[in-house]
Write a protein that binds this ligand. Structure first.
Ligand SMILES: C[S@@+](CC[C@H](N)C(=O)[O-])C[C@H]1O[C@@H](n2cnc3c(N)ncnc32)[C@H](O)[C@@H]1O
Length: 463
């Protein structure tokens, strides 16, 4: 279990997670969603469990059972914005909690955070956000004595809303301190602040289409990006969108769609995707008619790949295996989308920055080095290898490739041409590697802008 990172801003003392007592019956409308949001937020930050897993699949959070679709969606948007703007919210609350959080107050901290998130960033009426937080506090024996404090603090937050928002800085407040320091050092203060600002904006839905991007953009009310992905502003559940059942497209961030395309897969080519699940990048390969082998050590995640490929009517040979011990004749091309800190995906997964920590970097980068060596061994002479990670940290990108090129004279870099990525020169490093940032690809609105942060290098094994 990972403790929450409190090294940055806000001065709360650590509390045990979640309301422990059942809320009184009957619950006021909307109260169950607020209690669920507080508990899911607490669980995410104190246990480091990925947020996505709490809203779907086998590990769905128990507080969501019994909530209708609307309340589930509300819960999710409260938790998401709470994480996206956690530093601003904590700073605001701390300003009105002169003595800090009272001791032994149960889940009071989380009740306050989710209520402040509604007051500052959602269109919940002030009286409803405050009233429901007071009720949530009263419903829990440890927090009940502090119901009046909840009322007072939240009314102050509502009154000071504009001042709080004006005084909030994306990098200093809403970025975990360890990442803010690293991004400043690695990208400079200005780019670091742009990355942090982009992470504050809720991203849209990007689709990779099998064909006819213009047609799908027209039918779904989206735009075609220079890279060929279709970007939607839609809030409709994806399975209700035209073309979903027919398997004409799959959801994938436009930045994530780029690395696999650098392999230039073609019909009949033998390609292995060594960390393949749930399959977004593999689909980019399979759709070309290449013969794809999809390897992943997680059987569970490969099941999702199989379901996705079935819907898309795409073929792959699936192998549940640790890539390090996977054995096969060398391939024409290899994709290694290695496990990483995922700090490039904070726009879509605002929990990542708060649940990952600096100490995760070294073991992950050691694993990436091993996987890279294995990937080279699985590439036939003259074949191509693309290495990528969804991380902004050089240890998981640029430095991995520099070290590989130093230790293995058998591989050389094949620089990427801007034309291969829709002319996005801003996304290429001087060496010719891909380096997308959340602040790249500015569109007409913040919502229509941005890319997940990816690093990708293309290498050729000498003949
Ligand atoms: C970044 S995700 C891959 C995402 C995937 N390429 C896609 O586009 O949908 C990393 C994957 O690596 C897998 N993984 C981690 N270590 C592995 C190993 N040693 N061998 C095989 N798979 C591994 C994880 O199970 C996870 O599914």
């Amino acid at each position: 279990m990972k403790p929450p990172d409190r090294s940055h801003n806000g001065n709360f003392r650590r509390r045990p997670a979640g309301p422990s007592a059942a809320a009184p019956e009957p619950l006021a409308p909307g109260l169950a969603a607020r209690i669920a949001a507080a508990q899911i937020l607490a669980d995410t930050l104190t246990m480091g469990r990925p947020l996505d897993e709490r809203f779907s699949g086998e590990n769905v959070h128990p507080r969501l059972t019994g909530l209708d679709a609307r309340d589930r969606a509300l819960t999710r948007s409260i938790v998401t914005v709470s994480l996206r703007r956690l530093g601003t919210i904590r700073k605001a609350l701390a300003g009105f909690l002169d003595k800090g959080l009272p001791k032994k107050s149960g889940s009071l901290e989380w009740t306050l955070v989710v209520a402040a998130a509604q007051l500052l960033f959602l269109d919940t009426p002030d009286h409803a956000a405050v009233d429901l937080a007071v009720r949530a506090a009263r419903a829990e024996p440890a927090a009940a004595p502090f119901a009046a404090l909840v009322n007072g603090v939240l009314r102050n937050v509502a009154r000071a809303r504009q001042e709080i928002l004006d005084g909030s800085d994306a990098l200093d407040d809403d970025t975990p301190a360890w990442l803010a320091a690293r991004w400043r050092a690695n990208y400079g203060a200005s780019v670091a602040r742009s990355i942090a600002s982009a992470n504050r904006d809720e991203p849209t839905l990007d689709l990779s289409v099998k064909s006819d991007a213009e047609g799908w953009a027209r039918r779904l009310g989206g735009i075609v990006l220079p890279t060929g992905s279709v970007r939607l502003e839609s809030h409709v559940p994806i399975c209700e969108l035209e073309g979903y059942k027919e398997g004409e497209w799959w959801v994938q961030d436009a930045g994530a769609a780029l690395p696999a395309r650098l392999l230039k897969a073609s019909p009949g080519m033998r390609v292995v995707d060594l960390c393949a699940a749930p399959g977004g990048k593999g689909a980019e390969i399979a759709v070309t008619g290449a013969r794809l082998t999809a390897v992943d050590r997680s059987a569970e995640r490969l099941k999702r790949l199989a379901v996705n490929f079935e819907r898309l009517r795409l073929n792959a040979e699936i192998a549940v295996a640790d890539a390090l011990s996977f054995d096969a004749p060398p391939f024409d091309a290899v994709l290694l989308d290695a496990p990483c800190t995922a700090t490039g995906t904070i726009r879509r997964h605002p929990d990542v920055g708060w649940t990952k920590r600096l100490g995760d970097l070294a073991p992950l980068s050691a694993q990436q080095t091993q996987l890279l060596d294995k990937a080279v061994a699985l590439t036939k002479p003259g074949g191509l290898l693309v290495y990528c990670t969804c991380s902004l940290e050089p240890e998981e990108g640029e430095l991995q490739i520099a070290a590989l090129l130093r230790r293995n004279p058998d591989v050389r870099r094949l620089p990427i041409d801007p034309g291969e990525i829709g002319g996005l020169t801003e996304c290429l490093s001087p060496a010719g590697d891909l380096r997308t940032l959340p602040c790249h690809l500015r569109g007409p609105t913040p919502r229509l802008s941005g890319l997940d942060g990816f690093f990708a290098a293309r290498l050729r094994r000498r003949s």
